[in-house]
Structures are given as structure tokens and as C-alpha cells.
Write a protein that binds this ligand. Structure first.
Ligand code: UD1
Ligand code: UDP
Length: 386
């Protein structure tokens, strides 16, 4: 059975890696990997760390290209790959334009599509944009939908889609378990990773920041930067911000924050280095989806700089709250968390609503036709930060 996995962006690489490792270990499966080349600089070290070697790289990245430019280029390029490889199934991940284009290209050729991380919804096509529309289109085109949670499976059931829905857990938790185990077992790796990270003075609190959503470009980014400037002026507080390579993020963030005391702007980090930063953080500020899934398992408080989230389980876990992009609100919510810690409070208890580390095994079971025992979020927490 020939399986073609297609992806191009950082979150897809992190979340498809365990599936690719499980497919490679499966007798009778010929697993091929096609990357679009969009986040090549950001995903090359990730793929290397996970031991994944792409079979094809479509080289689709063009500076400043429109979503229509990207999607049309992807459809043409993927059609050629499908013609050459003739896979029995295509696997895509999540909600990117890559996933949408690959699902559509496979559908047009009547090749079955499996959707990893199916069923996430805000039911607001402007938030996140264009991801909410992308993931709905992918689910329409899929005959196998791998829903991470019962909640995402319920969304799909309510939409009465044609494909089969399986609750697998989110593969990001497989990745988190795997990378945590590697860090725990390999002291030299941990020392090397730590040596590459900014030094945080003893007694200082670490606020970790990421942000790159399209709907936050412009005013949203300006507000976030204003909040971070305010925060950097507080006693014993240091901010570490790995800045996404998108010029719409790099430009305003560098202009507002470069050279400011207590703010460390650093390049996007390898997965293990970012995991180490999450482990060490006192509070995480983000608009990322993946971080909302990882942080509850690590027992870290997360403030999400968005107005909506498709991850209600993270909110219910108590680790994650929505703060939007108002500068005052971000600042006061962060200070509230830091004050609680100063008063001897602990972070949220680690919980794992998103998986038990066996999502990839369930996905491969379904792909090859074995019975799948669904994920139920009862596994004991194991990942309290070192
Ligand atoms: C990506 C997806 C988008 C998806 C979104 C959220 C693509 C091309 N974009 O957009 O469909 O909705 O994630 O899931 O699939 N850059 C580099 N090097 C890198 C990465 C980015 O130089 O490794 C720069 C380039 O100038 C590029 C720009 O960043 O033009 C934007 O990258 P893009 O992938 O469009 O941005 P995302 O917001 O991550
Ligand atoms: N991440 C990383 N390096 C960084 C910042 C984030 O490896 O410098 C990881 C993070 O742990 C999470 C994923 O990237 O697993 C999130 O990716 P991103 O924010 O690009 O996308 P989203 O999850 O919002 O789709």
C-alpha cells in the first residue's frame, strides 16, 4: 500500500513526524513524503531531528505570494506528483493551504484522503483565516477523519460528512512524549540545547512568546508588542520571543522590540529547543494552535492572544485562557499570573486532554484496516516540567 503524506509548514511537520515514523515501521506500507518547500528553513532541522527525509520538495515558496498564488501553484505541482507516484492514499494534516490543496488534488484524482487533526472548528471563517475554511474543505474531501478529541469528532458528526471518523488523540502529544524522553535521556543534548538559549538571570521570571496569525497582522501585532514592552519594564521579568520568519511578523516585531532591555528576540527554534523553553517558562503568550495543546500537558499557563479558539478542551483544562489582542488586557493577565507565582502559587496541574502519545499508532491502524481503540482522555499526566 503506497501512502503519500503532503505538508509544508512547521506545525504540520511537528504533527506528521510521528505518523511518518509509524508508517515507515509498518510492513506492507510504502510511505512517501512530499513537502511543499514553504517553511523549508523552519522545518529542515525539525525533519532532521525526527529522522524524516522528504522524497519530493515542490519548492513553492515565493516571497510575499498570495494565498491564491500558493494554492494554484500547489494544485499544479501536486497533480504531477500524484500522476508520477499513483499513491493508494494521501494523508494531510490540519488546516493549512497546503493541506487544502493536497486534499482537493487527491479528490480530483479519486484518491482517498486521510485527514490528521480533523474536526477542529470555530465556525467563524474569518478566525482563524484562512484555516477555518481550509479544514472544513479537507474534511469534505476525506474518507478517513482522525479527530483528536471526542469534541472534534462531535463537530464532524453534526456536519453529517461522508467519511469515517476516528478519535485518535492529537499526534502533537506523541511528538511531545518522544522529544521529552529524548531530552530526559540525553544529558549532552540537553546541555547543548540549553547553551544555545538566552541566559535568564537567576530569580527572573521567563515569559515565552510566539505570534504569527494572519488575522493579527497590523494592529494586533502592534498591540502585542506594546504589551511586551510594558511587561519588559516590570522587575525580574524577561521575555523570550522566537520570531516567525514571515516578514509581516519580523518587520513590526523587530522595529518595536529589538534592543529593548529584558526582551530576547531569537530566530524560530528547533522543536527540542522550543520544548526546553516551554518547560522553563513561567507563562506562555501565544496565538499558536499547537502550543495550546502542548502547554496543558506540561502544566504551563497559556494566554492566547486571539478572540476565538478551536481548542475548547484547552480552555476547559484551566491551563489556557483567551485574552485577545488588547495591550492592557494582555499585560494585566500576564501580571496576574506572575503575581500568583510570586505568592507561592503553582502553575496548573498537568493534564492531557489532547492525547496519550498513541495517536500515530491509531492512525496507522486505521489506514491499514486494523481495529482502532479510540483515545479517551484518562491517561495520567506525566510531563510536569523538569
Ligand atoms: C502558513 C501557510 C498558510 C496557513 C498558515 C497557518 C503556506 C505558504 N502558508 O502561513 O497557508 O494558513 O501557515 O497554518 O502554506 N518565510 C521564510 N522562511 C520560512 C517561512 C516563512 O522566509 O521558513 C517567510 C517568507 O517570506 C514567506 C512568508 O514568511 O513568504 C510567509 O510564509 P507563509 O508560509 O505564507 O506564512 P504562514 O503564516 O506561516
Ligand atoms: N514551535 C517550534 N519552534 C518555535 C516556535 C514554535 O518548534 O520557535 C512549535 C510549537 O511547539 C508547536 C508548533 O511549533 O508545536 C506551533 O507551530 P505554529 O505556531 O507555527 O503553528 P500553529 O500551531 O499555530 O498552527
Amino acid at each position: 500500500m503506497k501512502i503519500l503524506s503532503v505538508f509544508g509548514t512547521r506545525p504540520e511537520a511537528i504533527k506528521m513526524a510521528p505518523v511518518l515514523r509509524a508508517l515507515a515501521a509498518e510492513p506492507g506500507v510504502d510511505s512517501r513524503v512530499c513537502v511543499t518547500g514553504q517553511h523549508r528553513q523552519m522545518i529542515a532541522p525539525l525533519l532532521d531531528f525526527f529522522g524524516v527525509a522528504p522524497d519530493a520538495d515542490l519548492g513553492l515558496m515565493r516571497p510575499g505570494q498570495s494565498l491564491n498564488g500558493l494554492v494554484s501553484g500547489a494544485l499544479w505541482a501536486l497533480d504531477e506528483v500524484l500522476e508520477a507516484l499513483r499513491p493508494d492514499r494521501v494523508l494531510v494534516h490540519g488546516d493549512t493551504s497546503t493541506a487544502m490543496a493536497a486534499a482537493l488534488a487527491a479528490f480530483h484524482r479519486r484518491i482517498p484522503v486521510g485527514h490528521v487533526e480533523a474536526g477542529l472548528r470555530t465556525y467563524d471563517s474569518g478566525h482563524p483565516f484562512p484555516e477555518e475554511m481550509n479544514r472544513r474543505i479537507v474534511d469534505l474531501a476525506s474518507d478517513l477523519m482522525f479527530a483528536p478529541t471526542a469534541r472534534s469528532a462531535a463537530n464532524l458528526a453534526a456536519e453529517a460528512l461522508e467519511g469515517r471518523v476516528l478519535v485518535t488523540g492529537n499526534t502533537v502529544i506523541d511528538t511531545l512524549h518522544w522529544a521529552t524522553a529524548r531530552l530526559d535521556a540525553d544529558h549532552a543534548l540537553r546541555a547543548k540545547v540549553d547553551a544555545g538559549l538566552p541566559r535568564i538571570s537567576p530569580g527572573h521570571r521567563l515569559v515565552l512568546v510566539t505570534g504569527h496569525r494572519r488575522e493579527n497582522f497590523g494592529d494586533g501585532m502592534a498591540n502585542i508588542c506594546a504589551a511586551l514592552l510594558g511587561l519588559s519594564r516590570m522587575d525580574r521579568t524577561q521575555i523570550v520571543y522566537p520570531v516567525h520568519l514571515n516578514p509581516n511578523v519580523q518587520g513590526p516585531v523587530t522595529e518595536a522590540l529589538a534592543g529593548q532591555p529584558n526582551i530576547h528576540l531569537i530566530p524560530p527554534q528547533d522543536y527540542v529547543a522550543f520544548l526546553r523553553l516551554m518547560q522553563r517558562a513561567d507563562v506562555i503568550l501565544t496565538d499558536s494552535g499547537g502550543v495550546q495543546e502542548e502547554a496543558p500537558a506540561l502544566g504551563k499557563p497559556v494566554l492566547v492572544m486571539r478572540d476565538t479558539t478551536e481548542r475548547p478542551e484547552a480552555l476547559a483544562s484551566g491551563a489556557v485562557s483567551l485574552v485577545g489582542t488588547d495591550a492592557e488586557r494582555i499585560l494585566s493577565a500576564t501580571l496576574g499570573h506572575l503575581e500568583r507565582l510570586d505568592l507561592g502559587g503553582r502553575g496548573p496541574a498537568p493534564v492531557s486532554p489532547y492525547g496519550d502519545g498513541r495517536a500515530a499508532a491509531r492512525i496507522v491502524d486505521a489506514v491499514v484496516g486494523r481495529e482502532v481503540i479510540p483515545f479517551a482522555p484518562s491517561a495520567p499526566p506525566t510531563l510536569r516540567a523538569a
